[in-house]
Design a binder for this molecule. Structure first.
Ligand code: SF4
Length: 189
């Protein structure tokens, strides 16, 4: 399946109840040749309206965080979510919704073949790295699966709620940059 075929299928998806309340399916954004994939949990209100991940306040902060380490959604990363439709009132996506939707992320992963995956927040990390992932203890820690490096950092919305987490995230971003320089071929070209 090509990127365009996958996106077309996803945009018409009715596999879970979230299709009934969404405005737009939020498929993903970024460079489809990126070596670094960022994964959040799901779209919020602004994302649902605009059809793009991380465009609200948390998204602006994410862009700033990326810029600190020379990453840019229009240039050298890809950004997607576990669920592609907004959970009502920004509740956490249900496990059944995540299970219904995860195939799209897996297909994106297969097309992208990233070298590094960064989970944004606990829910993405629990789905991708380990079900009992503890973000407060394990943010910034690398996990290797089949030669691919996985790390989680705090979700930018969590940083907006609790700015005391920002220094830890700054260190995690520095570590991410180090890993990109050691692992990737063309991210910083
Ligand atoms: S959240 Fe995913 S599985 Fe559910 S309707 Fe949207 S695209 Fe389909």
């Amino acid at each position: 399946m090509t990127w365009d075929e996958l996106e077309k299928t996803c945009l018409g998806c009715t596999k879970c109840e979230l299709c009934k309340t969404r405005t737009n399916v939020v498929f993903g954004v970024g460079n489809r040749d990126a070596e670094v994939l960022f994964v959040g949990e799901g779209p919020g209100e602004s994302e649902d309206k605009q059809g793009e991940p991380f465009v609200g306040r948390a998204g602006k902060l994410l862009d700033t965080m990326l810029a600190i380490i020379d990453l840019d959604r229009n240039k050298n990363v890809y950004i997607a979510n576990i669920v592609k439709c907004r959970p009502p009132k920004n509740r956490d996506p249900l496990q059944s919704e995540q299970d219904a939707c995860i195939g799209y992320l897996r297909a994106q992963f297969a097309l992208l073949r990233p070298k590094i995956v960064v989970c944004l927040g606990r829910i993405a990390a629990a789905k991708i790295i380990r079900a009992d992932f503890k973000i407060t203890k394990e943010h910034g820690v690398w996990y290797d699966k089949n030669g691919i490096k996985f790390m989680a950092i705090y979700h930018p919305a969590a940083l907006l709620r609790d700015p005391s987490k920002k220094p830890d995230t700054f260190l995690d971003l520095k570590e991410l940059k180090r890993q990109i320089e050691a692992t990737c071929d063309h991210t910083y070209d």
